[in-house]
Design a protein. Structure first.
Length: 647
C-alpha cells in the first residue's frame, strides 16, 4: 500500500494539470451557454434496477428480479469510462478479470482460469456467439462495435449452460446494440492521442415508410505499439477498418424482424516467442478479415407467450506466419418458444443447430491434421419456472441436451430457487452442471510443445451459488454473490499431449454497490475475492499445471464515479486495484490505476472530450508471461481527445 500511495502522489499532478487545462478551455469557449436540452445525467438507480435483461431466463425480466449474479453495463457507463475497446469496458464488472497482454490482445474471463485463450465463458454479440470452436476462447482483436450504438452489456457470473449451452461454464456476456429506431440521424466522431493514434467513425440512420428503420456505419482506428520492461518495442500495433448495417422492421403488432451485418479488415502486430533450438523473438503482422450476417424474427402470441427464430452466418480469415491461420465459417440457427401452463408454470423450450467449417493453414511451427474439417452441434433445452406464494417464491428446473462431434452427448442440468420477501429484495441460490467441450486444437493440433489428443474429453464443473440483491432506498442498490465451483477433468499436458488429469475448487465473493451521493454525483463500485485450489492428479506428468492459480488475481476493486461539474460539463473517473500475479520472467505487481474523461457540450449535438488512461503509472504489466506464446508488453500512460457531432 505504501508503494501504491507513492505512485498516486507522484503521478496525480499529470491528471490535475490536464483537468484544469480542459476546464479552463471549456470556460473560455462558452462559460455561460445553456445546455440546450442536453441531458448529462446517467440512469437513476431505480431505472437501472428496472432495466430488462434476457440472459438469465432467455426472456425479458427486470434486473431486480433476476435470480443470478447478473450485472449490466449501460451505454452511459461506457461513455463515462472513455473505453475504446470491448475488453476494457468489461473491467467495470465485479469478478471479471481483464488483463491486457499487449496492444491488441487480452485475457478476459470471470471466476478464474484467465489467459489469452480463456475458454470458460461464452461471449455473444446480439445473440451471435463469438466463441471460437477451433482454438477455444475469443479473439478479442476481431470483436468490436460502434460504441455509440451500444445499448447494454449483460454479464452473468456463473454457469448459464442450461439455456446457452457448452462453454458457458463460468459466465456469459451478451453485448446488445441499439435498434435502428433508436439511432436515427447522423453521427460523426474523430480523435487521436498518444496511444490511440487516430480513429474516426460515422453513422447515419433513418426510416423508410411507416415502420422500417435502418442505419449504416463505418469505423477506423490505428493504435500504436507498446514496450516491454526493457523498453523494447513489442511490435504490437493494431489497425482495423469496420463497417456494418442494421434494419428493424415492425411488421405489425405481433411481428418484428431484425437484419444486420458487420464486415472488418485490418492487422494485429505480434512478437512471438519461438522455442526452437534456442528461444528467439519473431515480429510479424497477422492480417485479419471477416464478416457476419444475422437475422431474427420475433412473433408475439400473447402477453406471456411468444416464439423467436434467430440465425447467423459468420466468416473469418486470418493470415498468420506463425500461428495456424486459415478460414473459418459458422452457420447457426436457433429457435425458442415460451408459454404459460396453468397459473404456476411458465415453460421455455428451444432447439438449435450450429455447423463450423475450417481450412487451417499450416506453418513451420504449427499444423492441424486434418487441415480441413466440418463439425456440427445439435442442441435442445427445456426449462420450467414454477411460482408459489403469489410469486414470492419461484423455482426453476431445466436442462440442456447437446450432441457434438468430439464427445457425443452432453447433459447440463440446473436447479434455481429465489425468494422475494418484499418489493426490491431477492434471495436466490442455484446448483448447475456445465461442461466445456473440446476444441479442434485440443484434438487435432500439433506445435512445437503441444500435441492434441483424440482422448481429450470435456471439462466439467458443478457450481453452487448463493446471492442477495436489494434496493434499500432511492440512492443505493446492493448485489452480493458467493460461489463454490468444483472442477473435474481439467486440461493438462501429459508428455506433450492434451490430457484431463487436473481438478480443483474455486470459491469467492463478489460485491456490487451503486449509489447516488447527491444529484450530480453517482458511483458504481465493485469488489471480488477469488480463491483457487487447482491440483494435478497423482498420475499426471504435467510440469506446468500448477501455474493455473497464478493466472487470475485474488482481489479486485473498481469504482466508476460521474460528476456533473456544470450544466454542460461532466467528469468521469474510473479507478481500479488488482492484486499481483507471478509468471516465469514477468511478474505483475499489485497496481492501482486511474482513467478519467472530461466531456464538454458547448451546443446541442456537439461534444468535445478528453480522456486520460493509466494516469497513476508510466507503464505497468497486467498479465504474467506464463503459457502464452506472445511477449507481454506494458500498458503505458496515454491521453486522447475526441469530437463527436450528432445531427
Amino acid at each position: 500500500m505504501v508503494r501504491i500511495n507513492f505512485i498516486f502522489r507522484k503521478n496525480m499532478g499529470y491528471f490535475i494539470f490536464a483537468l484544469l487545462m480542459t476546464i479552463g478551455l471549456a470556460d473560455m469557449g462558452n462559460a455561460e451557454k445553456p445546455d440546450n436540452g442536453i441531458d448529462l445525467t446517467a440512469l437513476s438507480l431505480e431505472e437501472l434496477m428496472n432495466i430488462e435483461v434476457t440472459l438469465v431466463s432467455r426472456k425479458a425480466e427486470k434486473l431486480s428480479d433476476a435470480a443470478a449474479a447478473v450485472y449490466v453495463i449501460t451505454n452511459e457507463d461506457v461513455a463515462h469510462m472513455g473505453a475504446t475497446s470491448l475488453p476494457n469496458v468489461l473491467r467495470l464488472v465485479p469478478g471479471m478479470n481483464v488483463a491486457q497482454i499487449d496492444a491488441n490482445k487480452w485475457g478476459v474471463t470471470v471466476r478464474g482460469f484467465n489467459n489469452l485463450f480463456a475458454n470458460m465463458f461464452l461471449v455473444l454479440i446480439d445473440g451471435r456467439s463469438v466463441y471460437s470452436p477451433v482454438f477455444s476462447g475469443v479473439f478479442w482483436e476481431t470483436q468490436d462495435i460502434l460504441m455509440a450504438d451500444l445499448d447494454r452489456i449483460e454479464v452473468i457470473r456463473g454457469p448459464g449452460a442450461t439455456l446457452w449451452g457448452s462453454n458457458a461454464v463460468n459466465g456469459i456476456i451478451n453485448i446488445v446494440t441499439k435498434s435502428a429506431k433508436e439511432t436515427r440521424g447522423g453521427l460523426v466522431q474523430a480523435g487521436g492521442g498518444t496511444e490511440e493514434r487516430l480513429f474516426g467513425s460515422a453513422r447515419y440512420g433513418g426510416k423508410i415508410g411507416s415502420n422500417l428503420y435502418y442505419r449504416f456505419f463505418v469505423k477506423y482506428f490505428d493504435r500504436g505499439s507498446y514496450v516491454d520492461q526493457e523498453n523494447r518495442d513489442v511490435s504490437d500495433a493494431w489497425s482495423m477498418k469496420r463497417g456494418g448495417f442494421r434494419m428493424d422492421w415492425d411488421a405489425g403488432a405481433s411481428d418484428q424482424f431484425v437484419f444486420k451485418g458487420d464486415f472488418f479488415s485490418g492487422y494485429a502486430g505480434n512478437t512471438m516467442i519461438v522455442p526452437y533450438t534456442d528461444i528467439r523473438l519473431l515480429n510479424y503482422n497477422a492480417e485479419i478479415t471477416g464478416g457476419n450476417l444475422m437475422a431474427r424474427w420475433f412473433h408475439k402470441l400473447s402477453e406471456r407467450s411468444d416464439y423467436r427464430l434467430h440465425a447467423y452466418l459468420d466468416h473469418f480469415t486470418r493470415k498468420d506466419q506463425v500461428q495456424a491461420g486459415g478460414s473459418y465459417t459458422t452457420v447457426d440457427v436457433d429457435f425458442q418458444h415460451q408459454f404459460p401452463v396453468g397459473l404456476r408454470h411458465h415453460v421455455i423450450w428451444g432447439a438449435g443447430f450450429r455447423n463450423t467449417s475450417d481450412s487451417v493453414d499450416s506453418t513451420e511451427y504449427v499444423y492441424f491434421s486434418p487441415s480441413e474439417d466440418s463439425y456440427a452441434l445439435w442442441s435442445a433445452f427445456l426449462q420450467d419456472e414454477m411460482a408459489f406464494l403469489n410469486n414470492r417464491i419461484q423455482m426453476t428446473v431445466g436442462a440442456k441436451f447437446e450432441h457434438n462431434e468430439f464427445t457425443q452427448w452432453e447433459i447440463q442440468p440446473n436447479i434455481r430457487c429465489d425468494f422475494k420477501p418484499d418489493e426490491g429484495r431477492i434471495i436466490w441460490g442455484s446448483v448447475t452442471r456445465a461442461v466445456r467441450i473440446p476444441s479442434r486444437s485440443e484434438r487435432d493440433m500439433t506445435n512445437i510443445i503441444f500435441s492434441g489428443s483424440k482422448d481429450f474429453v470435456s471439462e466439467t464443473v458443478i457450481a453452487s451459488e448463493l446471492g442477495y440483491r436489494c434496493h434499500p432506498g432511492r440512492n443505493m442498490a446492493l448485489d452480493i454473490a458467493a460461489f463454490w465451483n468444483t472442477y473435474d477433468r481439467l486440461r493438462s499436458l501429459e508428455k506433450g499431449r492434451a490430457g484431463n488429469l487436473k481438478q480443483g475448487v474455486t470459491r469467492g465473493v463478489e460485491l456490487a454497490v451503486d449509489f447516488m451521493v447527491m444529484k450530480k454525483l453517482t458511483a458504481r463500485m465493485g469488489y471480488a475475492f477469488l480463491d483457487m485450489d487447482i491440483a494435478l492428479l497423482p498420475e499426471s506428468e504435467d510440469l506446468n499445471g500448477g501455474y493455473t492459480e497464478d493466472e487470475s488475481p485474488a482481489h479486485q476493486f473498481q469504482i466508476l464515479t460521474t460528476i456533473d461539474l456544470r450544466q454542460n460539463l461532466q467528469l468521469g473517473l474510473f479507478a481500479r486495484y488488482v492484486s499481483g500475479l507471478h509468471g516465469f520472467t514477468v511478474n505483475v505487481d499489485p497496481y492501482l490505476t486511474l482513467d478519467s474523461r472530461l466531456a464538454w457540450k458547448p451546443v446541442s449535438g456537439l461534444e468535445i472530450s478528453c480522456v486520460g488512461q493509466n494516469l497513476l503509472q508510466r507503464a505497468h504489466y497486467e498479465y504474467p508471461l506464463l503459457k502464452i506464446p506472445f511477449l507481454s508488453s506494458q500498458l503505458p500512460r496515454g491521453v486522447y481527445s475526441m469530437i463527436s457531432w450528432r445531427f
